[in-house]
Design a protein around this ligand. Structure first.
Ligand code: 26Q
Length: 828
């Protein structure tokens, strides 16, 4: 049948627009559904449809299927269950199509249905833009958690902002990062449902009308009101039996046009307010691990917190009639402090609007909320100037002062002196009166957690030492996890097939069963098959590398990857400095047996982070020289892949041989890229930081390359001072590398380009580059030695895959469900 006949047939098989044949899971039903969507919703016929048209039609057809399980599960919590509300400024979802059809169990049917239309599923998957509504780990964690909550059938809502522009697109021009706007919605979003009838007013500014009792109800008359409109996306769990909702808010002016201004003839001026109002959901702040401190950011935080609380309180009241039972029916998880103003908004709604007595309101709030901390870096801890809060959220600022007064009194009662009180206060008086959102979150929540064992210990012993002493027992650990559906089953179908053939399919639902692979770790045939899968991934990646950077790499080389946001604490600088040392060693002795290596870097720098951008440029400049040095050849290649995002990660992760997790110990809260790479059998070179420690505990110290100072050694060193000139002078290899970079060997057109970077690193070595350099070089030598022994290497790789099952986000979510949210949860 040619395409013309197909279109004709489709039209005649399709009832006009509306009623469609039932989705019975058959290829035929899917084919008809896709064709119907193409014709009646996209408005194209098969003959002229572009790959994007086919993608949109397929997405609509698949969404129909997802929607069915959505409706059937909606009523379930009425049976007494509790709902989880995951509040996050970021959801870094990536592409949705393969996840959704994979979890619905429809991948085969969709592929076949499209094939019958002459379309290859793989060709349309790439038409979907990444939903890049996040910066990095924190946002990606929220996406993995949403998928796991659906899989475990926990009734849950994710609440966030529907940014019109997600994280910027990165281009690298002569080593310089340039940011271009990201436009994921440019061609519409087939996954979402716009709820034109679900919106809430959110106020800003204005005045508080009070009464004598400060803890009694007050009125708030904002001078600006914005509407938050809901957009819902179904999140389908594995098996397709349960679907949760990701509800994202978009800001719309309550009054689209200022009529008085308009009528005075100022037609453009009448739109000005609207532009300012709608800026709230325009763009994601691109700074990770640094607090923006900008008014617009605070407006974003309150906007989405208020809308989400109004929404969930309304749902609770409609279903249960009284807010007294809220803690039994709702658990609200704060993804870092970004949504922490929700705690105060809850108090305002309970006390001012619902007229609940202060103490009772505080108990309800505290029992409902919990908070996850993702960072210890001082520059990332959110604080807001009291003056800004007073102007933007006057009632909330009053409530914060009241809560703080009671908090200070309780602390005094427990014997805190002035110094301790200053440390415990919600208001930092030393840096120009600022509200500490971390302290507020601690106080307002019954449970606080860190994201790896080490990190949680440091949250307890450093960040919240004082708070933990007066409110003991609130802090616990919930080590992060990743969804294996996306990061193994779908990102690495070749390896997954091999694992199913070898182990059976039990590990697909219960990843701890990957353990069975350990019995095969020494079997030559399986080692060879495992290595062959890796090679195939590397060959595919080599094509992408060539396309995007022009660099030709040999897929047989050891592929060494460091892919993550660019930050000094993550120490991409340590990696490239070691690469220069390695380059010098090759030049000094080209005849030695060198292990051919490709060093791959990818990641975005915050637009205002000058140092991070210099590091990108240095990688680029070193790459230029090394890659074009005829003496070096394939012994060393350096690649900077632009625009790292979830989809690129899905290509890199299954291809990597070596995973660089080299943060200064004590600074990376957990890491999750470390888990993705190790799960796919990459070996880790890393410090004893974040979840690396637990990965080592699971895979065994002989199957990972650990180096460097421990977190307590870093603390001890720091206390002695951060000047490393002396250490560098005492280290001939490092001083020669620094000298080479600083003198312009890699930037002959601008010899002083890296002077500042190198001088700065020596005089203020906060990230312990000098202290860890030798130990890192030695660990890299151990990597080379292991690579030269393939039997050893592939045994290590297979043992990594075998022992990573625990790092599933299903396990993380089970832990949250059992000990924080107290919701019933499926066991594997
Ligand atoms: C704060 C204020 C204003 C603007 C932006 C921000 C902001 C935005 C994003 C601050 C921090 C972030 C992101 C932090 C993040 O991704 N942290 C990572 O979280 C992962 C999940 O727990 C951990 O694995 C990583 O170790 C941690 O760095």
């Amino acid at each position: 049948m040619d395409l013309h006949d197909l279109a004709w047939k489709a039209k005649h098989e399709q009832p006009e627009g509306g009623s469609l044949p039932p989705l019975d899971g058959s290829v035929e039903a899917m084919r008809l559904r896709i064709l119907g969507k193409l014709i009646y919703q996209v408005g194209r016929e098969p003959r002229t449809a572009s790959p994007r048209d086919w993608f949109v039609a397929t997405a609509y057809a698949v969404r129909d299927t997802a929607t069915s399980s959505w409706f059937t599960e909606r009523g379930a919590p009425a049976a007494g269950g509790k709902r989880v509300y995951y509040l996050s400024l970021e959801f870094l979802i990536g592409r949705v199509l393969m996840d959704t059809i994979g979890n619905l169990g429809l991948t085969g049917q969709v592929r076949e249905a499209l094939l019958q239309c002459g379309v290859d599923l793989d060709d349309i998957v790439v038409e979907e833009p990444d939903a890049a509504l996040g910066n990095g780990g924190l946002g990606r964690l929220a996406a993995c958690f949403m998928e796991s909550m659906s899989t475990l059938k926990i009734p849950a809502y994710g609440y966030g902002i529907r940014y019109e522009h997600g994280l910027f697109r990165q281009v690298i021009e002569k080593g310089l990062q340039r940011e271009l706007p990201e436009t994921w919605l440019a061609h519409g979003n087939p996954w979402e449902f716009a709820r034109a009838d679900t919106f809430y007013p959110v106020g800003f500014g204005g005045t508080v009308v009070g009464e004598p009792d400060p803890t009694g109800p007050h009125g708030w008359v904002p001078d600006e009101t914005i509407h938050a409109f809901a957009y819902d996306t179904p999140v389908v769990g594995a098996g397709g039996q349960h679907t949760n909702t990701l509800r994202l808010w978009a800001a719309r002016a309550a009054e689209p046009l200022q009529l008085d201004t308009f009528n005075r003839g100022d037609h453009v001026g009448a739109l000005r307010e609207r532009v300012k109002t709608e800026a709230i959901s325009r763009v994601l702040y691109p700074g990770d691990e640094s607090s923006a401190g900008q008014e617009l950011r605070l407006r974003q935080e309150y906007f989405f917190a208020s809308a989400s609380l109004q929404d969930l309180l309304g749902r609770h009241l409609a279903e249960f009639g009284s807010l007294e039972t809220l803690p039994d029916k709702a658990a609200i998880q704060l993804n870092d402090t970004h949504p922490a103003i929700a705690i105060i908004e809850m108090m305002r709604l309970l006390v001012d609007v619902h007229r609940i007595a202060w103490d009772r309101a505080w108990t309800i709030t505290n029992e409902t909320f919990s908070y996850t901390n993702h960072t210890l870096l001082p520059e990332a801890l959110e604080t807001w100037p009291v003056a800004l809060m007073e102007r933007l959220l006057p009632r909330h600022m009053q409530l914060i002062f009241l809560i703080n007064m009671r908090h200070m009194q309780a602390a005094r009662d427990k014997g805190a002196d002035h110094r301790v009180l200053a440390e415990l206060s919600l208001v930092d008086e030393l840096h120009g009166r600022r509200v500490r959102m971390g302290h507020l979150s601690f106080l307002g929540c019954h449970a606080i957690n860190g994201v790896s064992a080490l990190h949680s210990d440091l949250v307890r012993s450093r960040l919240f030492k004082g708070m933990d002493q007066i409110y003991p027992g609130r802090i616990s650990n919930k080590t992060n996890g990743i969804t294996f559906r996306r990061w193994l089953h779908r990102a690495n179908p070749g390896l997954t097939r091999l694992l199913v053939e070898t182990l059976g399919d039990g590990f697909l639902a219960d990843p701890v069963q990957l353990e069975k692979l350990a019995a095969y770790a020494d079997k030559p045939a399986l080692q060879a098959a495992f290595a062959a899968e890796r090679l195939a991934c590397k060959q595919r990646l080599a094509v992408i590398i060539k396309d995007r950077t022009g660099v030709v790499v040999d897929p047989a080389s050891l592929l060494d990857v460091q892919v993550k946001r660019i930050h000094e604490y993550k120490r991409q600088l340590l990696n490239i400095v070691q690469a220069v040392a390695h380059y010098r060693a090759i030049l000094a002795d080209p005849g030695r047996q060198w292990v051919p290596r490709v060093k791959l870097f990818a990641g975005k720098a915050a637009p205002g982070y000058v140092r991070a951008k210099e590091i990108i440029r240095l990688v680029h400049d070193v790459a230029q020289m090394v890659n074009n040095d005829p003496v070096v050849g394939d012994r060393l290649k350096i690649v900077y892949m632009p625009n790292y995002n979830v989809s690129l990660a899905e290509q890199i992760v299954p291809a990597a041989d070596l995973s660089e997790q080299i943060s200064t110990a004590g600074m990376e809260a957990s890491g999750t890229g470390n888990m993705k790479l190790a799960l796919n059998g990459a070996l880790t070179i890393g410090t004893l930081d974040g979840a690396n420690i637990e990965i080592r505990d699971f895979v065994g110290p002989e199957n990972i390359f650990i180096f460097g100072l421990t977190a307590s050694e870093v603390a001890a060193q720091s206390a002695l001072g951060l000047d490393s000139h002396h250490a560098v002078r005492a280290n001939p290899v490092l001083s020669q590398v620094f000298e080479m970079i600083a003198s312009g060997a890699f930037s002959p057109d601008e010899p002083h380009r890296y002077r500042n970077l190198i001088d700065g690193t020596q005089s203020y070595d906060r990230f312990m580059l000098a202290a860890d350099f030798d130990s890192y070089v030695a660990a890299q030598a151990r990597v080379d030695a292991a690579w030269l022994d393939p039997q050893l290497w592939w045994r290590m790789a297979m043992l990594n895959t075998a022992r990573l099952g625990w790092f599933s986000s299903d396990r993380s979510i089970r832990e949250y469900a059992e000990s924080i949210w107290r919701v019933p949860v499926l066991q594997p």
